[in-house]
Design a protein around this ligand. Structure first.
Ligand code: IMP
Length: 205
C-alpha cells in the first residue's frame, strides 16, 4: 500500500523552535503547504518518553495533530557515537544541560571516548521525521549521515555537535561547511527527501 498523501492546505510544525519552523516552512513552500508552529497554535510540548528517534518523532507529531485537528510534522534527531554504544543519541539535546551549552556537550563526548581509550571515532547523525494526522495515522522517515568525530571542534557554522563531526569523504567539519552543502547531505535532508517523495511530491504549489 502507498503512503498517505498530504492533501490539506495547512501543516502544523510540532516545534517551539523558530529556527526549525523557518527551515521546514522554506522546504514546504514549493508544494503550496502553509506551515504554522505548534507554539503559535497554543499546543504544549509533550515529554519525549520514547526509546527510539522514531517513537519520539511520532509522539510529538501525534500530540500536535490531535490537539489541533490538523496534520502535523515533527522531527527528532541526534548524534550517535559507535564506541559509546550510540550515545548521546536520544539524549543529544540533554547532554548540553539546561543552558544548551554544546561546547560542554562536545567535551562530554570527547571525555567519554578518552575514558574508554576508544580508537573507533565513527559516528552518525540521525533524523526521524513523522507526518501525523488527527486520526492517528503516521508516516515516518529516517535519514542518516555517517562519518567520525574530531577533537578539538572546528568551525562556528551550523549548530549543536556540527563542529566535531566530519562526514564520510569530507575533510572539514559540518561547523566549517557552507550551510547549503551541509543541507544537501544531512540526515535531515535525506529524511525530508524521502517524506516529500512519498507523501507530498504529487502536489503543486
Ligand atoms: P531534538 O531532536 O530537538 O530532541 O534534539 C536533537 C539534538 O541533536 C540537537 O539539539 C543537536 O544537539 C543534535 N543535532 C541534531 N541534528 C544536528 C545537526 O544537524 N548538527 C548538529 N547537531 C545536531
Amino acid at each position: 500500500m502507498g503512503s498517505r498523501q498530504l492533501t490539506e492546505p495547512t501543516l502544523v510544525i510540532a516545534t517551539h523552535n523558530k529556527g526549525k519552523l523557518v527551515e521546514i516552512a522554506d522546504l514546504m513552500r514549493p508544494f503550496g503547504v502553509a506551515c504554522v508552529s505548534a507554539g503559535d497554535k497554543g499546543v504544549s510540548e509533550p515529554e519525549e518518553t520514547g526509546t527510539t528517534f522514531e517513537a519520539n518523532a511520532e509522539l510529538k507529531a501525534l500530540h500536535s495533530a490531535r490537539a489541533t485537528g490538523l496534520p502535523a510534522l515533527a522531527d527528532d534527531s541526534g548524534l550517535c557515537v559507535n564506541a559509546l554504544n550510540g550515545d548521546p543519541g536520544l539524549y543529544s539535546a540533554r547532554w548540553a544541560g539546561p543552558t544548551k551549552d554544546f561546547g560542554l556537550a562536545m567535551r562530554k563526548v570527547e571525555d567519554a571516548l578518552a575514558a574508554k581509550n576508544a580508537k573507533d571515532r565513527s559516528a552518525f547523525f540521525v533524523a526521524c521525521l513523522t507526518l501525523a494526522w488527527p486520526d492517528g495515522h503516521c508516516e515516518t522517515f529516517r535519514g542518516e549521515v555517517h562519518g567520525h568525530v574530531v577533537w578539538p571542534p572546528r568551525g562556528d557554522r551550523g549548530f549543536g555537535y556540527d563542529p566535531m563531526f566530519v562526514a564520510e569523504n569530507e575533510t572539514i567539519t559540518f561547523g566549517e561547511m557552507e550551510p547549503g552543502r551541509k543541507h544537501a547531505m544531512s540526515h535531515r535532508a535525506r529524511a525530508f527527501a524521502d517524506l516529500v517523495a512519498a507523501c507530498i511530491a504529487g502536489r503543486r504549489g
